[in-house]
Design a protein around this ligand. Structure first.
Ligand code: TPP
Length: 277
């Protein structure tokens, strides 16, 4: 039997190829942030979340909000692999009338729990969903994935402050801390450090780990899942923008650009040469 961690790592590595092929096909897409989040999303959708892809509107399902909605291709590739919709739909990414809009649309795409794209809003929405669940005596979890550039938005800090003070339960905020934003490094713009200490001072439980090392990543997300029963948990996942494709890694130039055919071939060759290092 294939080792579970290896199984998840292989899924994520294959999905990196799907992201790149879909972006190339569409001629657009945010590949850098999709490649940084793909291990996190794979662990969530293939191991951690209590979901039923055949019944995406199941009332008791765990919720997931991609607050960094521009990185939709990462999420779409995972949802397709998990069976929420046909993989062929990926060929329609960002085309007129598609279910797979450039930014996730909950009214069009199965498995999208909330429409996003305007950065900074996902955690506030997650708080609303979590409080709503508590009022209805439901104990499903709500996970929100937030970018580090996005974390320069004031609304993120208002939401962190509110959830910490009110001890909002069953809420997990994951930060995709890839240190790169749209057109610069985070530290050359508005540095977030000391990030963990700041969030912790807002009365959140904070877990920090490598967002690409599947074993610790999966166990940290499971730990966050259980800890969140007592109050909000933040997972700071240290990641690499463009992870797995050396010429894309840590480069803001690959924030919102699709590879051309030559670049795609080069990237796929690297990914097929082994697991992303
Ligand atoms: C409110 C708002 N302002 C600006 C944008 C444009 N925008 C899209 S992505 C992005 C950078 C986000 O950086 P980060 O959160 O680090 O994303 P990642 O590296 O994870 O892709 C910006 C400014 C937006 N979508 N919403």
């Amino acid at each position: 039997m294939l080792d579970h961690t290896k199984y998840l790592t292989e899924i994520a590595n294959n999905l990196r190829k799907v992201v790149l092929k879909s972006a190339n096909n569409a001629g657009t897409g945010h590949v850098g942030g999709s490649l940084s989040e793909i291990d996190i999303l794979t662990a969530l959708y293939f191991s951690v979340l209590n979901i039923d892809p055949s019944n995406p509107d199941w009332e008791n399902r765990d919720r997931f909000i991609l607050s960094k909605g521009h990185a939709s291709l990462g999420l779409y590739s995972v949802l397709a692999e998990r069976g929420y919709f046909s993989k062929e739909l990926l060929d329609t990414f960002d085309q007129t009338g598609t279910k797979l809009q450039g930014h996730p649309d909950m009214n069009k795409c199965p498995g999208i729990d909330f429409s996003t794209g305007s950065l900074g809003q996902g955690l506030s929405i997650g708080i609303g969903i979590s409080i709503g669940a508590e009022l209805r005596k439901k104990n499903f979890k709500t996970f929100v994935l937030i970018g580090d550039g996005e974390s320069q938005e004031g609304q993120v800090w208002e939401a962190l402050m509110y959830a910490g003070v009110r001890k909002v339960k069953n809420l997990v905020a994951i930060f995709d801390y890839n240190k790169v934003q749209l057109s610069s490094m985070i530290q050359d713009n508005i540095d977030l450090e000391p990030f963990a200490e700041k969030i912790s001072a807002f009365n959140w439980n904070v877990i920090e780990m490598n967002g690409h090392d599947m074993g610790p990543l999966e166990s940290s997300l499971k730990k966050a899942y259980h800890l969140s029963g007592g109050g909000p948990v933040a997972v700071i996942a240290h990641t690499i923008k463009g992870k797995g494709v050396s010429f894309m890694e840590n480069k803001f130039e690959w924030h919102g650009k699709a590879p051309d055919s030559r670049q795609l071939a080069e990237a796929l060759a690297e990914l097929e040469g082994g697991q992303a290092k």
